[in-house]
Design a protein around this ligand. Sequence first.
Ligand code: AMP
Length: 358
Amino acid sequence: MMIVGILGAGQLARMLALAAYPLGIKTRCLSFSDENPAKDVTQVDVCEEHDSEKITAFAKEVDVLTLETENIPLDFAKKIAALKPLYPSVETLAIAQDRLQEKQLFRSFNIQTAEFIAVETLEELTLAVKTLGFPCILKTRFYGYDGKGQVIINCAQDIALAFKQLGGGALILESFVPFEYEVSLIAARNLHGQIAFYPLTRNEHQNGILHISQAPYKHPLQETAQICVATLLAHLNYIGVFTVEFFVHNNTLIANECAPRVHNSGHWTIEGNDTSQFEQHIRAVCNLPLGSTKARGFSFMYNCIGQMPDREKILNIPGAHYHTYNKTPRLGRKVGHVTICGESKTDVLGLAKLINEA
Ligand code: AMP
């Protein structure tokens, strides 16, 4: 039986594992962490980051490697990629880890982004704020996720404070985009260069964390988004699922960031699409044909942050699907999600209101 090795053992690895088994494909995770939501459903090898012996042994046991987070040390990625094919590639990872390189890549293909300036010192930051104006957002270039590692600068007094808060170092200052809403496009590419696009998903964030996704978001910008993503996928010679998050402002797409993996805004595809993003990723990295990305009716995905809602109340909502990741509840932590699927958007949005009462 083919074995897909997954770097990381969080909820994304858990859902990848669940999608792989019906295809006759096994998964095995490698984790540097104590808490591993994937361990309920697949084998998880836990080791220290520098334990070359265990890492090599893991790589030997699997046929192909993939990951659930782009934030893994590049040195480690390089070492393991020398042992078995790793999708996404180390080159793609280097770009996706760095907000600066990511934006430079978008710009090199004429994909619009917020204005940005890389800064390292308080003097550089003060100058950059003068250029971009208020409000603007200071972000760490590396290891930022779920709104972590970013601070809004609204006035001159905020500058030094924001710099201190992020601890200096490699930073990027971005102009604030007064967007109307946010969307994401999830796509998959396999080894033959075949690409499948999901319909646009409309997303709402709270405190920088994804709160709600709705799909399909039928919109004339779908085609423009697909052209942007197809260009990036071909340039990166990308294999697997890939996501780009966009702001929509004045009916134009402004790319915010990309993720070289399955994405939280695609969880609705488990029940709301012919092929879930997790199955699609497994298909792509195992050199299998990609599946149909046709949406089944309308889906509303609600992220459970901090704690899970009452299971019984959720299961009483028609068309609702309850997903717990079996994680220790903690403030601001993604512990699960609920998807409601139905034929009509009006019905689904009506039922979605019941989630807040659960
Ligand atoms: P990020 O970590 O870059 O995905 O940012 C998390 C969220 O912060 C985004 O989804 C937006 O809601 C908001 N955000 C990030 N960058 C900007 C920006 N340049 N302008 C306006 N809002 C932003």
